[in-house]
Design a protein around this ligand. Structure first.
Ligand code: FES
Ligand code: FE2
Length: 417
């Protein structure tokens, strides 16, 4: 983050503390229709249109260091294969043999010279997916190999994070993410390594899980310890970014900033977390607040100087979601040795917060499906949820969304960088 952005954020937080209501002219929200979380119709629209058009995280580039390294990726509900080609480039293919549809690769990861399907050994090139060998080819009348290559998806990398997209016409990843790559360049992404990975299946629609991380309104109610939640949501500033993304910077609570040795909530002097290797380039505001970014549709990251998780939301069905959280840090360690103890403690604390969120979400779906629930009234503090849902409609195509389920497009005037 540059100085200009940090100064702007400080001003915005001052404003948030001082205001007595939403800003002049801020629109009144209608209820978000409950059916967006509960109906098969809406879920199918998302499957058919949204998930086929978005960039989603599929891995890290260092997981595939050498030509021929491959790794499967199934979280989109479609078998996908990441492969590093002979030219050193990463590509994504559909892991579906063009003969009789067997998965070409069955192991989760490995290294191969060619991609050879185990069923009848049709063989594809690791670099371009070209069909290079067909046993008993003489028995296929009129087989045109060029029409039977392994189909590709888009695959692009942002600072070490590998994303895939099924839409051949999608904008380039870095354009889609802008201005986030610039603002998060300080995380030194290419140097980070995966420290730990967790996952939990929650009986909720994927948007219920994602939205739980788009506000801090709930924080002092379900995440408090001895009457303090570590954060002061009254000063939280939210940036609505292009393409449904957003940013939220929340000051520490008085007790927390005092414990950290700060003289006020915006005394953002250089703090380091004892015992941890540090990403030195991370700015002081990030060290002295809770700073989080959301990348549409299913990635949220509360960033920190010693390392941080990407939290991901993968729909399994209309009312079931797999939440995954993967921690990255600027450390080299051998996973065989287990987590360093200070990271073990850090994970325990983080997992406890996640557990509080899960306990809260788990009963929500049945409750949302109750005839007693009419719709979701959203407040100004929860406006990232509105912005996110507007983008859901845009990705589906607003005209395809039944009128009773649509979001009024209200946030465009508030989108910036
Ligand atoms: S299904 Fe793959 S070679 Fe037959
Ligand atoms: Fe939470």
């Amino acid at each position: 983050m540059d100085k200009e952005l940090i100064d702007r954020l400080r001003e915005e937080m001052r404003y948030e503390f001082a205001r007595t209501g939403p800003p002049e002219g801020f629109p009144a929200f209608h209820d978000i229709p409950a059916e967006r979380y509960t109906s098969d119709e809406f879920y199918e629209l998302e499957r058919e249109h949204l998930w086929r058009r978005v960039w989603v995280l599929a891995g890290r580039q260092e997981e595939l260091p050498n030509p021929g390294d491959y790794r499967t990726f199934d979280d989109l509900g479609i078998p996908v294969l990441l492969v590093r080609g002979k030219d050193g480039e990463l590509r994504a293919f559909y892991n579906t043999c063009q003969h009789r549809g067997a998965p070409v690769v069955r192991a989760e990861c490995g290294t191969a010279r060619t991609l050879r399907c185990q069923y009848h050994s049709w063989t594809y090139d690791i670099t371009d997916g070209e069909l290079i060998a067909v046993p008993d080819e003489r028995d296929f009348v009129g087989l045109d190999r060029t029409q039977r290559c392994l189909p590709q998806l888009r695959c692009e990398v942002w600072d070490g994070w590998v994303f895939v997209n099924q839409d051949p016409d999608a904008p380039p990843l870095l354009d889609w993410l802008a201005p986030i790559p610039e603002q998060l360049a300080e995380l030194d992404g290419p140097r980070l390594r995966t420290v730990a990975r967790r996952s939990e299946v929650v009986p909720c629609n994927w948007k219920v899980t994602a939205e739980a991380f788009l506000e801090v309104y709930h924080f002092r109610h379900i995440h408090q310890r001895d009457g303090d939640s570590h954060l002061d949501n009254r000063g939280a500033t939210m940036g609505l970014l292009p393409n449904g993304a957003s940013r939220m910077i929340t000051p520490f609570s008085r007790r927390s900033w005092q414990a950290a040795g700060m003289s006020d909530w915006d005394d953002w002097r250089h703090l380091v977390t004892p015992g941890f290797d540090d990403i030195e380039t991370v700015s002081d505001i990030v060290r002295c607040t809770s700073s989080a970014y959301s990348i549409f549709p299913n990635l949220i990251t509360p960033i920190a100087a010693y390392g941080f998780p990407f939290i991901l939301f993968w729909p399994i069905d209309r009312r079931t979601t797999r939440i995954e959280w993967i921690h990255y840090a600027p450390i080299e360690f051998d996973p065989a040795d287990g987590l360093p103890p200070h990271w073990g403690r850090r994970m325990e604390a983080f997992d406890q917060i996640m557990g509080e969120d899960f306990a809260n979400m788990a009963p929500m779906q049945r409750s949302l499906e109750s005839p007693a629930f009419r719709g979701v009234p959203i407040n100004y503090q929860e406006r990232r949820i509105w912005h996110f849902n507007e983008q859901v409609d845009r990705m589906i195509g607003v005209e395809r969304v039944p009128e009773r389920l649509r979001m009024a497009p209200l946030m465009a005037p508030y989108v910036g960088d």
